[in-house]
Design a protein around this ligand. Structure first.
Ligand SMILES: C[S@@+](CC[C@H](N)C(=O)[O-])C[C@H]1O[C@@H](n2cnc3c(N)ncnc32)[C@H](O)[C@@H]1O
Length: 299
């Protein structure tokens, strides 16, 4: 098994613990509808119809839901098992995978398209995550990533908040204080959240263990380094993030209906057989158990 440096493993574990305790918001149908519409500009219906799409960092799967409803076939991956349990309920049609964005357990070029919305900047190595997303996308495929904007007030707020984050656990913040965020949230999302979801959102914004901020120029240069074609971007609410669209050069092979292809993280072979109880490597025998309908790549 390829070993990540300890500091990276510790940071991924801290992030996992955070989102297991406070999964990202579940806004229900208004949020699903909003994202469904927003992504249509990048991934129109004819492009995603019957396509195999990976949602890296799917959380509870609301963005995936919108793509499934428009005809996509989704593979949802997240580091938070608790979030994925909700994802299974929201998206029974999807293949749900408990794994790490920094070591995607998928074969090279195995997806028609890839999205990663608000995820890679929470990993200890955003650049590596970007490269993983590019690796698993097939020629002709679209890649849509949402990353925090370096040149924005939120960069200052998140980093300035570090002492509070360090000394005051999110669970200790009284409800009335969390509720102060409701007007901003309503403005941003166009919907009010209940107390639990509001706390989850505030947790994501201020208590998440890691967030990095990236300029559009930097992200575009990553695309160039990965051999991707830059297609454009949209600024997100008050400019706190950029949603950037790339395409992997090359033609899509017509008439090919892709199925999820796993990669063995123990021996790097792409020959893995998907069975009812496990995904098993034909080369070295390493297996990812399937429990509660979730492919368990990480323990
Ligand atoms: C802000 S949420 C975004 C969720 C979803 N994409 C959405 O917009 O609704 C960030 C998600 O990234 C996941 N995440 C963070 N680090 C990750 C990693 N290394 N691998 C996989 N998922 C990760 C978290 O568990 C969390 O569910």
């Amino acid at each position: 098994m390829r070993r990540m440096p300890d500091a990276i493993t510790r940071m991924v574990s801290a992030t996992r613990r955070h989102y297991d305790a406070h999964h990202f918001i579940e806004g229900g149908s208004p949020r699903i509808k909003w994202w469904r519409q927003f992504l249509t500009d990048f991934l129109p219906d004819e492009v995603i119809h019957d396509a195999l799409i990976v949602d890296v960092g799917s959380s509870v799967g609301e963005i995936s839901r919108g793509l499934i409803d428009r005809g996509g076939r989704l593979v949802c991956l997240d580091v938070s098992l608790q979030s994925l349990r909700r994802c299974r309920v929201n998206n029974p049609e999807a293949v749900v995978v408990h794994g790490d964005a920094l070591a995607l357990p998928f074969a090279d070029q195995s997806f028609d398209h890839a999205i990663s919305i608000g995820v890679l900047h929470h990993t200890p190595d955003c650049r590596l995550g970007f490269s993983e997303v590019a690796r698993v996308t097939a020629p002709g495929g679209n890649i849509v990533v949402f990353l925090y904007n370096k040149w924005n007030w939120y960069n200052l707020v998140y980093n300035g908040f570090a002492p509070v984050r360090k000394h005051v656990p999110l669970d200790r913040v009284p409800n009335w204080m969390v509720a102060l965020m409701q007007p901003l949230v309503k403005w941003h999302l166009g919907q009010k959240l209940n107390a639990v979801e509001l706390r989850n959102l505030v947790g994501d914004a201020l208590w998440t263990p890691r967030a990095t901020f990236h300029s559009l120029r930097e992200i575009r240069s990553w695309g160039t380094e990965e051999g991707l074609t830059y297609l454009g971007y949209r600024r997100f609410f008050l400019g706190y993030a950029n949603v950037v669209h790339f395409r992997k050069p090359g033609g899509r092979v017509k008439g090919v209906r892709r199925e999820p292809r796993f990669k063995c993280l123990a021996c790097t072979s792409h020959e893995m057989v998907v069975g009812p109880e496990a995904v098993e490597c034909s080369e070295c025998g390493h297996a990812y158990a399937i429990e509660e309908g979730i492919v368990r790549v990480i323990e």
